[in-house]
Write a new protein. Structure first.
Length: 335
């Protein structure tokens, strides 16, 4: 069944303002991650060496393999770039191969320094990747750690960082909610609860404080025949990382491949950063009143929603069978 297109487009909400980002001599930038500090706004921006077709597929595999670079931008209050430097990540990787790269970083402030976590690609075809934790000094990576998979997986992506006081944590899994804590170079993992409303959804933005709770953006990848796309939601967790409210499913602007990797808040606005078609980087500024209006409490009890998910999971293989086999299995005559 073809996925339904969300009715909600954030670009049409309230006084939404869209600010495009650009990097001179680098036409294919995408998936920016914005963050705020006492020094103002900063943004980590990815650059790529490939191009997607309208269906989200790579047009032609680039000669020499896939490569990614990253830029660090400083922004003024109007979200215009005032300083832009390519990140020097040459210190990452002790025995670096040409295909090793950092993808889709999430920028955050921790221990009075700028850090980011990103997908560190170890191999392509089949894809093998882990999460790298990197500290910046200016535009240079001066410290990095390759974080082990808490599930023993060969593919780790989309951890959602949050800084809770002086502690660094990640939402590792959205539903059931699992939280990772980083202390003394090691990870601990805690599973909190299952809701059945966001199973299959993954992290997009870091978590930021919002009215005593935590606010973030999550995404769901949708593949149908030869088409791939992403849809998003705003999600609010309480102080103990229990799912509290979420927005309807939305697109940012339209039906292109859109991907959110950043969120920050000011006194009056939320600023979301996202990529379009892996070739454009954009920011969207929304009034906090509009954000509040989008967040809705979970009205369906957990046991009901999880029962519905489990029932659908059991029925889905049967529904995917060809019609004749399904009729035979059910003992119904052919019409």
């Amino acid at each position: 069944m073809r996925p339904r297109t969300p009715k909600l487009r954030l670009a049409t909400v309230g006084d939404a303002a869209i600010v495009p980002l650009a990097a001179p001599h680098d036409p294919r930038i995408c998936n920016p991650s914005i963050a705020a500090s006492d020094e103002g706004f900063f943004c980590l921006i990815r650059s790529v060496n490939y191009q997607l077709d309208p269906y989200g597929r790579v047009l032609t595999a680039p000669e020499g393999g896939f490569k990614s670079g990253n830029w660090l931008a400083r922004l003024d209050d109007e979200l215009r770039i005032t300083q832009l430097e390519r990140i020097d990540d040459s210190a990452v990787g002790l025995d670096r191969k040409p295909w090793n790269r950092l993808e889709d970083g999430r920028l955050f402030r921790w221990k009075d320094a700028w850090w980011f976590t990103a997908t560190w690609v170890l191999a392509d075809d089949p894809l093998v990747c882990q999460i790298a934790l990197c500290r910046l000094q200016g535009h240079k990576v001066v410290e990095w750690h390759l974080l082990p998979s808490p599930a023993g997986s060969l593919r780790e992506k989309n951890w959602m960082p949050l800084v809770d006081g002086g502690d660094l944590k990640w939402i590792y899994w959205v539903d059931p909610t699992e939280v990772l804590s980083y202390r003394n170079g090691s990870l601990s993992r805690v599973r909190l609860d299952r809701y059945g409303r966001l199973e299959g959804w993954a992290g997009s933005s870091p978590l930021v404080r919002y009215r005593g709770n935590w606010l973030c953006v999550v995404h769901l990848r949708r593949d149908w025949r030869h088409v791939s796309s992403f849809v998003h939601r705003l999600v609010e967790f309480d102080g103990d990382f229990r799912l509290r409210r979420m927005s309807p499913v939305f697109l940012f602007e339209g039906d292109d491949v859109e991907y959110c990797a950043g969120l920050c808040l000011t006194d009056h606005h939320a600023i979301l950063s996202y990529g379009m078609q892996d070739r454009e980087a954009r920011l969207m500024r929304l009034d906090l009143a509009a954000i509040e209006g989008l967040l809705r409490p979970l009205r369906i009890p957990k046991r009901v929603s999880t029962l519905g998910v489990d029932t659908w999971r059991k029925a889905r293989p049967w529904l995917r069978q060809p019609r004749k086999k399904l009729q035979a299995a059910l003992g119904r005559p052919r019409s």
